[in-house]
Every structure is written in structure tokens, then in C-alpha cells.
Write a new protein. Structure first.
Length: 137
């Protein structure tokens, strides 16, 4: 197979062993670093992922089981309302991407509580985790 100059063989640069979640209240879960980073890149802090979307994105099944919830819309302001596409819904069953970002941060060995202590929003939590990883914490 011919590779162009811009293609990268990630298997050659990624660690062979999966990263192990340790030192947290969550059970030990193994997830490869490249998989964790790919999932984190999709997190914004503003979304609820459906269980199906989580499975398509290969979120560990135990994470889905532990973090999935039924969320209810609030209609006092637009940021409390849950939308599926353009449609408002009263309830939605899934996993908040901020919870997924926190799990990913812990699985990569971050002290998530310290890193996110000054974050004022769900989006801020995700940004703080992403920045900590980019800074090599």
C-alpha cells in the first residue's frame, strides 16, 4: 500500500499498552490513549450523547452504564432546553459529554478535580481538561 507524505503510521508512535484508570473512585477501566484523545476531541461540555452514539464512538460499555441518565428539559431559558436536531424534547436518555471528558481525563492520569476547580461551566471543565492534556500534565 502506498502512503502519501502526509499520512502517519500512528501504530508506530502510540504506546502499545492501554492507559489504566487508577487512583479514583471509579473501577479500573482500560482505554487506549489514542482512543481517549479521539473521544475527548469530540466533547464540548454542551451535549448529551445518546447511548447509541456512545457505542458507535466506542465509549467503554461500563462508562455508558455508569453515566447514562434521563435528563429533563427546563424551559425557563434556552440553555436549559434539550434539542434533538431542531426539535425540543422533554426528556433525553444519554451521557453528558462533560462526564465523559472527566472520565477521560482521569483515565489519562490527570488530577481532574484540581484542574477543573476554577471552571465555572460544563464547557469550562472540558476546556480545562483539554488544555491540561495539551500542556502535558
Amino acid at each position: 500500500m502506498n502512503r502519501s507524505a502526509t499520512q502517519v503510521n500512528f501504530a508506530a508512535v502510540l504506546p502499545k499498552q492501554p492507559i489504566q484508570l487508577a487512583g479514583s473512585k471509579f473501577p479500573v477501566i482500560e482505554i487506549a490513549r489514542h482512543r481517549a484523545l479521539a473521544l475527548l476531541s469530540e466533547c464540548t461540555g454542551d451535549e448529551i450523547w445518546s447511548v447509541e452514539h456512545c457505542r458507535i464512538r466506542r465509549v467503554p460499555e461500563s462508562w455508558i452504564d455508569e453515566d447514562r441518565e434521563a435528563f429533563e428539559s427546563g424551559f425557563c431559558s434556552d440553555n436549559q432546553t434539550i434539542y434533538v436536531g431542531e426539535r425540543q424534547v422533554n426528556q433525553y436518555f444519554g451521557v453528558r459529554d462533560v462526564d465523559l471528558a472527566v472520565r477521560i481525563g482521569r483515565s489519562l492520569g490527570l488530577d481532574v478535580d484540581r484542574i477543573t476547580a476554577n471552571s465555572l461551566s460544563r464547557r469550562g471543565v472540558v476546556v480545562a481538561i483539554k488544555e491540561a492534556i495539551m500542556e502535558g500534565e
